[in-house]
Write a protein that binds this ligand. Structure first.
Ligand code: UDP
Ligand code: MG
Length: 324
């Protein structure tokens, strides 16, 4: 199979028929063999029954339905575990991404040898309140991830070599950083293609302003994971040791002063009267704790087999047991 198209969706019933017809047309025109995986992320509207109808008309359109709303990342992750095509395309369901881009994305993966090609909504049809913070956000993501050639990390329209999606785990809200996840998994040929973007035709956006706060927190996690994820001791251990030794030296100075006073016969000041005494104690305790945190982190990292579980309410045309 040439192409698997994964579409996460949450309350997008109005857009789906148009989207499906558009995809069908493009696939036919170019003679691709394909499948569409619509992942209904716990929609409360008619999305699921629309998917059922679409499947009746076209067996290439399949679906998975979450029992509740888990988020875009779990939806993508579930779709990724099911893909059978050589090239995997992800796109939003709201008709903001154009299926007409798919053939060129496919070609870039197949012929130009990219592992991942990310769309770039160079000209966006979104409100300023979204485009401005997005610029800032992408600049930070570029710096932290070291993927300098991407302008639009969070673009929903992306293409992947099949291998890539089988080797990354998109959890939490990490869909914003899939190129970073891919890079950390060793897929470094990451490209970009300018794509057409349209204003949302039906429904409303599913992400509020909290996307930026969460986005930055996740970026922090990812940065840490990519640098120290498998060796937390290098981070906590170093910090802990430094703290501990600062404390130790301070305690020795405090003790030294005390001994000197005894030796010189100068009237007693008790060590507990000195603020440095307490500061050095705090340093030593914190240092030990950081060190132990690093140690625990190491143990956890060795044993972690992180795998999420999502309640599936139904499937169409896909084998439920294949979902990971
Ligand atoms: N989406 C989803 N689960 C969610 C939120 C969003 O599957 O919890 C889907 C949504 O239906 C759409 C895509 O993710 O297909 C992008 O969402 P949206 O268009 O609201 O984001 P925006 O374009 O505003 O960034
Ligand atoms: Mg959208």
């Amino acid at each position: 199979m040439d192409i698997s198209i994964v579409i996460p969706l949450y309350n997008e019933a109005e857009s789906l028929p148009e989207l499906a017809a558009w995809i069908e047309r493009v696939m036919k025109e170019h003679g691709f063999s394909y499948e569409v995986l619509m992942i209904d992320d716990g929609s409360t509207d008619d999305s699921w029954s629309v998917i059922e109808q679409l499947h009746e008309q076209n067996r290439a359109i399949n679906g998975v339905r979450f029992r509740r709303n888990y988020g875009k990342s779990p939806a993508l992750n579930t779709g990724f575990s099911l893909t059978r095509g050589d090239v995997v395309i992800t796109m939003d369901a709201d008709l903001q991404d154009s299926p007409d881009e798919i053939p060129e994305l496919y070609r870039m993966i197949k012929e130009d040898g990219y592992d991942l090609v990310s769309g770039w909504k160079k000209k966006r049809y979104d409100p300023l309140s979204k485009t401005l913070p997005t610029k800032l956000f992408n600049a930070t993501a570029r710096r932290v991830s070291g993927i300098k050639n991407l302008h639009d990390f969070n673009c929903g329209l992306k293409a992947y070599r099949s291998e890539v999606v089988k080797h990354i785990e998109v959890y939490g809200d990490m869909h914003r950083y899939i190129p970073f996840l891919a890079k950390n998994a060793g897929f470094t040929r990451i490209g970009e293609k300018v794509v057409k973007h349209q204003a949302r035709k039906y429904g409303t956006t599913k992400f509020g302003l909290d996307r930026f706060v969460n986005g930055y927190l996740d970026l922090g996690t990812l940065w840490f994971m990519s640098k120290y994820g498998v060796k937390p001791m290098h981070f906590f251990g170093l910090l802990g040791s430094v703290m501990f030794f600062i404390g130790l030296i301070a305690v020795m100075i405090v003790g030294g002063i005390k001994l000197y006073h005894i030796y010189a016969g100068v009237p007693f000041t008790r060590v507990t009267d000195l603020p440095y005494f307490y500061l050095s104690l705090v340093c030593m305790i914190l240092g030990t704790q950081l060190f132990l945190t690093g140690f625990l982190g190491e143990l956890i990292a060795r044993n972690a087999q992180g795998r999420n579980h999502y309640e599936i309410a139904g499937t169409i045309g896909v084998d439920k047991d294949k979902i990971q």
